[in-house]
Design a protein around this ligand. Structure first.
Ligand code: FAD
Length: 453
């Protein structure tokens, strides 16, 4: 079962060698957060090199599925379903290397504390996050225990944070990109995890919950969906194989990336990247491999260019911390913002005066997806035409988008709203955008003529 990466010597195949561990030794826990994969996962790999047993842990944070004051939960059904599928895939992958994934629902810190005392955990390995809520979780946990080793790793980047001076990162994307491309290397994937002996498995098998366990209703995927997303590494890998090797759609990415309809105008990698079902480095090396063996052109480069945007927003959020959640953004702008619920709800429901905005908002409402072109337009319209607090828009995206990622979302919202990294502070002319990107109204008709409510 060797995959394309083998050609360039990358270990992304599915072959595992067996490692013998002493059952009496200390136990390590891998706390999975937004790194929901076994391939190229630094936390998991480090746990595997520690002595003793290894257990996986994931907690569905129940508070994320509760209604907020804006009338939607932090995670609504589309991303929740994707997450459930991702966890099921992770559980199976871990099982293949004889690691049990403990799956719980509740408050992550409380659930972790329960498991720590039940299992007598001595080491906890996890992906390092730096946004407020995640840091608070870590701090709470660390305050409870001084006899546990906490070891965290950055597994979410293309370029390693240890190679960058975070406080001096340029606020201009082009400068950041050029620095990375000239001075840094994307590191190889870490070794594919080794298989443990069967006695590493716990007696209990943990079930993945259902949508209703999370308080959400099941649903049918809308037939107009741009992409029928399925969570987990297997689906991510399948998509990667398809977009590169099978269909070679990547050859035309630069020309098609502003599209609005269909599966293949863009890669659709974002959802898997967001919860870490696949690593950005794995995608990067696969593209490099493709360039070596099939074709290298502006389009293949452009996909890497976009992955650098993803890194850029992560670094901006790391540099500015909580400022990304403040109304003035990283520029600390003192603009006037409205907080009118009726106007906001009209935007959410696709009932504004702009059909192009409405069509995009309906796509989001019914599918959990919107193209990059659509996102830029609807965000610009909310922030710069309706002057509604841009963070409300960001919160709605958080709830709906399958590919929600805190850094990309807040970074892009700030950018479009004039409080972030756009040196030009532009405003989109929505009518012009609709004429240019939807000249025959095909996209607008698709969503507006079949309005369900
Ligand atoms: P492709 O065009 O195929 O690009 C490949 C990859 O590059 C993407 O998967 C993504 O990881 C990265 N990428 C591309 N464009 C951007 C960008 N502008 N910023 C950061 N990374 C990028 N992206 C998210 O992943 N999560 C979000 O929550 C999110 N919120 C956004 C909010 C607004 C207001 C805007 C304007 C953009 C947002 N984006 C977000 C960025 C972008 O729209 C999506 O990453 C992209 O549309 C995903 O589709 P794709 O995977 O087919 O991208």
């Amino acid at each position: 079962d060797l995959l394309h990466g083998e050609k360039s010597g990358k270990k992304i195949g599915k072959m595992s060698s067996i490692v013998v561990k002493d059952a009496e030794e200390t136990k390590s826990l891998v706390w999975f957060r937004n790194d929901l994969r076994i391939n190229d996962n630094l936390a998991l790999n480090s746990a595997l090199s520690a002595p003793g047993k290894v257990i996986g842990f994931y907690c569905f944070n129940l508070s994320m599925f509760k209604m907020t004051n804006l009338g939607f939960p932090r995670i609504d059904k589309f991303r929740a379903k994707f997450l459930l599928e991702t966890i099921e895939n992770l559980k199976e992958d871990l099982k293949r290397i004889n690691i049990t994934l403990i799956i719980t629902i509740g408050d992550p810190v409380e659930e972790l504390m329960r498991v720590i005392s039940q299992q007598k955990i001595k080491n906890i390995f996890f992906q390092k996050e730096w946004t407020q809520e995640e840091v608070e979780e870590e701090d709470k946990l660390k305050n409870e225990y001084n006899n546990i080793n906490f070891k965290s790793f950055y597994s979410q980047f293309l370029y390693d944070p240890n190679d960058l001076d975070i406080n001096n990162i340029s606020n201009v994307f082009t400068n950041f990109r050029k620095h990375c491309e000239k001075k840094l290397n994307v590191k190889d994937l870490v070794e594919y995890p080794k298989k443990l002996l069967e006695d590493n498995l716990l007696k209990d098998d943990y079930l993945t919950p259902s949508l209703s366990d999370l308080g959400l209703e099941d649903f049918e995927i809308d037939s107009r969906s741009a992409f029928k997303f399925k969570g987990g590494y297997n689906a991510a890998k399948e998509r990667l194989d398809f977009y590169l090797w099978q269909s070679k759609k990547i050859n035309f990415y630069k020309q098609t990336r502003n599209g609005l309809i269909g599966q293949d105008y863009s890669s659709k990698f974002s959802s898997w990247l967001s919860n870490g079902s696949i690593s950005a480095r794995e995608i990067f090396w696969e593209i490099k491999d493709y360039e070596k063996n099939i074709l290298k052109n502006q389009s293949t480069y452009w996909l890497i260019f976009e992955l650098i945007w993803r890194d850029f927003f992560k670094y901006i959020s790391m540099k500015y911390r909580n400022k990304i959640f403040k109304i003035g953004g990283i520029l600390e702008k003192d603009y006037h913002w409205n907080t009118d619920n009726k106007t906001f709800d009209k935007w959410v429901d696709g009932l504004t005066n702009e059909p192009f905005v409405n069509a995009n908002m309906l796509e989001l409402k019914y599918t959990g997806w919107m193209s990059n072109r659509g996102r830029q337009n609807v965000a610009s319209y909310l922030a710069k035409e309706l002057n509604i607090d841009w963070r409300w828009g960001a919160r709605y995206f958080e709830s709906q988008l399958i590919d929600y990622d805190v850094h990309s979302n807040y970074g892009n919202w700030m950018y479009v709203s004039g409080v972030g990294n756009d040196p030009r502070d532009r405003k989109f002319n929505i009518k012009f955008q609709a004429e240019r990107y939807d000249p025959t109204n095909k996209f607008q008709k698709m969503w507006l003529q079949t309005r369900i409510f």
